[in-house]
Design a protein around this ligand. Structure first.
Ligand SMILES: [Zn+2]
Length: 213
């Protein structure tokens, strides 16, 4: 019997949620997805490592159907992921968001997670939403979280609730919190690419490194 399910990508926000949940609850299940993303093997490696460190159970599921229809650069090998964008430019961040947007990805993730949570009678699902990215990614926002919770009152019998320890925080605050609670930030994989090392140039790396200084 688990107390909470954590959506875990192996990046900063979800990892901080995992560590916070492990401190609050007795038994945690982490859930990661391989949806054909370029960074899949590195992300899953980072996620597995954290679960081993915390001695929590971890399920990985394939959602490879995304590959057959999305044209976005996080998955499609023929599309280039934008690099070295100016984080202070709304036009550039909006364009970058469009390039890496995967149609209804978080909607699918949360619904799969809620289905698993209902099946295992888990009341809560934690996600790594954050205030900073909610400005360009509406599916990271508190409004979205509240809307999904309303819908789960209809679509799950145990009324699964989505929660997030980081939804009110910007990246810098999340990084600081992560360090304080012992998240091994050097072992995380925030990068959109799946190279040997973090690229340091994609939007996700740029935000991660900016948060770390
Ligand atoms: Zn990167």
């Amino acid at each position: 019997m688990y107390d909470a399910l954590i959506l875990l990508s192996g990046g900063l926000d979800s990892s901080v949620n995992l560590y916070k949940a492990c401190a609050e609850y007795k038994k945690i299940l982490a859930l990661s997805f391989n949806y054909g993303q370029k960074a899949a093997s590195q992300e899953l490696k980072a996620a597995s490592k954290l679960c081993k460190l915390l001695l929590c159970d971890h399920q990985i599921h394939n959602l490879d159907f995304f590959k057959s229809w999305t044209q976005t650069s996080l998955i499609n090998s023929k599309k280039d992921i934008p690099t070295n964008i100016k984080l202070t430019s709304k036009a550039e961040t909006q364009e970058s968001a469009k390039q890496v947007w995967i149609p209804n990805r978080n909607g699918v993730f949360l619904n799969v997670a809620a289905s698993l949570a209902e099946s295992l009678n888990i009341p809560f699902v934690y996600v790594g939403f954050n205030k900073e990215e909610a400005e360009t990614f509406p599916d990271n926002s508190i409004d979205y979280l509240n809307s999904v919770n309303k819908s789960f009152k209809f679509s799950t019998l145990n009324k699964v609730q989505i929660k997030s320890y980081t939804k009110d925080l910007c990246k810098k605050e999340i990084y600081k919190l992560g360090v304080e609670i012992g998240v091994p930030v050097k072992d995380l994989w925030p990068c959109y690419f799946g190279g040997e090392k973090l690229c340091g140039e994609c939007e996700s790396c740029l935000r991660f490194f900016k948060a770390s200084v």
